[in-house]
Design a protein around this ligand. Structure first.
Ligand code: NAP
Length: 516
């Protein structure tokens, strides 16, 4: 691809982009990418968002009981600490308000276009630009394309026979309708992932009857939550170093858990066993009925699938109005759910906490066509899911994808995001230094990174644990656990600060530079 000497194509007709960069998605990923572009001196960008407001996950998810389950001192930008979190684990609307504050502070609202759905993006090789097709607006040409479409942005409705015939209300957790009444309803909820765990206690306290349809039990450990006293908030505001110390302490604990329990399961499986014992003890302390306890006990190693934290989930199953159903659903009728053993449960409200289509519809979330007609979805499905440093893909010039295979580092989304911001800083500075305006990662660099990730997973719970039957979305359709980067946050940061700049080819539109 790279010529040995610069080649200027004098035949080219210059075509100017409408903007220098487009970011797709106004969640925290989009905000972080925009902040980084501003830091690089690139102010001519747009953030396109299909929803009617910013916040991503924290805008779309509005179900009762929504809260973060990574402590808020950690689940936030390290360079924008918020001293005023009301609880150790902040409720959803506070996190959305934090996103609004960040957008205000960095002047990002003026760059956002809401209700703007990007349908596809194609690389225009001749002019060195991305052409974006929008659902309800003219196409946009941009020099750089950054997708920040999240991992969990395409809600999944279960493909259960008869579901469309249901005559009562149907609400998905990611499309909550607050006007749907809960009081006095005969409700069912399908799904016991992290969302179900938060939603079930809230529903149980309001509806007349609740049947919980569980396919796979989830590991649940106690949540060390509570209000943050006002004096602590004031202390954090006056002496930010104290909040930084709290963040460091919390981060270190989460890092130790990931390092031992997830990445080095082979060496530290005793630690996982202890965590499983804690989960079992929590269940025993909270659920009276042994049969219900048995049904709620997971049968796979902790860590194969995302575990969660709750003090109220298990207790909900002690309530007389709550039934745990573990028989598979056969079909749904206008007024009932029927299980495979023929039992019919009459309901008038169906709540879907059935999660998201990750691999099917999020990799990528929009159709992306790179150089020589290469389709990103096919590239991943027909080959393997991978991206250099979890961020860039050979064949896709001037394209960065925040939510790529191996981009998620550690337990807080913000860690991986800040690592990617560092990667952007070095990449865009190098472009400037070379007087170039195009970059593309070399295939051999991407292949070497994939090989390193592969080796890094060797001792992980995904390969060494008892994960069969866990139904974990950490595994891609090829059966490889390519979502999480097998590295500590420190190692991820080090890589972002030191990846080889000549792992990329650089080009000024019309000429290629060989890296030096
Ligand atoms: P999820 O973890 O994918 O769980 C979906 C649930 O629906 C699972 O129990 C699944 O069963 C069940 N399900 C799906 N299709 C089904 C079907 N056809 N029939 C029966 N059951 C079906 O989704 P989620 O609970 O929305 O959580 C997704 C992620 O969001 C979490 O892992 C977490 O990363 C994030 N989250 C975070 C927080 C937070 O506080 N930070 C809160 C909520 C969510 P199987 O397990 O058998 O597939």
């Amino acid at each position: 691809m790279a010529a040995s000497s610069p080649l200027i194509d004098r035949e080219q007709t210059p075509v100017r982009p409408d903007v220098t960069a487009v970011i797709v998605g106004a969640g925290f990923g989009g905000l972080g990418a925009a902040i980084q572009l501003r830091r690089q001196g690139i102010d001519d960008f747009l953030i396109l968002e299909r929803e009617d407001d910013l916040g991503g996950t924290w805008h779309v998810n509005r179900y009762p009981g929504l809260a973060v389950d990574i402590a808020s001192v950690t689940y936030s930008f390290s360079f924008e600490p918020n001293p005023y979190w009301s609880r150790v684990f902040a409720p959803g609307e506070e996190i959305k308000a934090y996103a609004r504050d960040i957008a205000d502070k960095y002047g990002l609202y003026e760059r956002m276009r809401f209700a703007t759905t990007v349908e596809s993006a194609s690389w225009d090789q001749e002019h060195g630009l991305w052409e974006l097709t929008l659902a309800s607006a003219p196409a946009i040409r941009t020099r750089y394309l950054i997708t920040a479409t999240g991992f969990l942005s395409q809600a999944k409705s279960p493909d259960i026979p008869g579901i469309d015939s249901f005559a009562g209300d149907v609400v998905h957790s990611a499309d909550w309708d607050p006007s749907v009444a809960l009081n006095g309803r005969r409700a069912a909820i399908i799904g016991t992932g992290a969302t179900g765990v938060q939603l079930i206690p809230e529903l149980a306290s309001q509806v007349a009857e609740l049947t919980v349809y569980q396919r796979t039990p989830i590991w649940v450990v106690p949540k060390l939550d509570g209000p943050v006293p006002k004096y602590v908030q004031k202390l954090f505001a006056r002496v930010p170093a104290i909040q930084s110390a709290a963040r460091l302490a919390n981060t270190s604990i989460l890092e130790a858990m990931t390092f031992s329990g997830v990445l080095h399961y082979r060496q530290f499986q005793l630690g996982n066993r202890v965590a499983e014992l804690l989960g079992r003890a929590h269940l025993r302390a909270q659920v009276k009925d042994p049969e219900t306890r048995r049904k709620l006990t997971p049968h796979y190693s902790l860590g194969c699938k995302r575990p969660t934290f709750s003090n109220s989930y298990f207790q909900a199953f002690n309530r007389p109005n709550v039934t745990l159903e573990t028989e598979s659903i056969d079909h749904i009728e206008p007024g009932a759910i029927v299980t495979t053993d023929g039992r019919r449960t009459q309901i008038d409200l169906l709540v879907l906490a059935t999660g998201f289509s990750l691999w099917e519809r999020n990799f990528p979330a929009i159709e992306i066509t790179g150089r020589d007609g290469l389709n990103l979805g096919r590239f991943w499905r027909e080959g393997r899911f991978h991206a250099y440093e979890g961020f860039s893909v050979p064949g896709f010039p001037n394209f960065l994808s925040l939510n790529s295979p191996y981009s998620y580092v550690g337990l807080s989304y913000f860690w991986g995001l800040e690592i990617q911001m560092t990667h952007m800083a070095r990449l865009f500075s190098e472009l400037e230094r070379r007087g170039a305006d195009q970059f593309e990662v070399k295939p051999e660099a991407a292949a070497a990174f994939l090989e390193r990730m592969d080796r890094g997973l060797e001792d992980s719970v995904f390969r060494r644990g008892a994960c069969a039957g866990s139904n974990s979305y950490y595994y891609d359709p090829h059966g490889e656990a390519t979502l999480l980067r097998p590295a500590s946050v420190l190692a991820g940061r080090r890589d972002a600060r030191s990846f080889r700049l000549d792992d990329y080819d650089y080009r000024q539109s019309g000429m290629w530079y060989t890296p030096n």
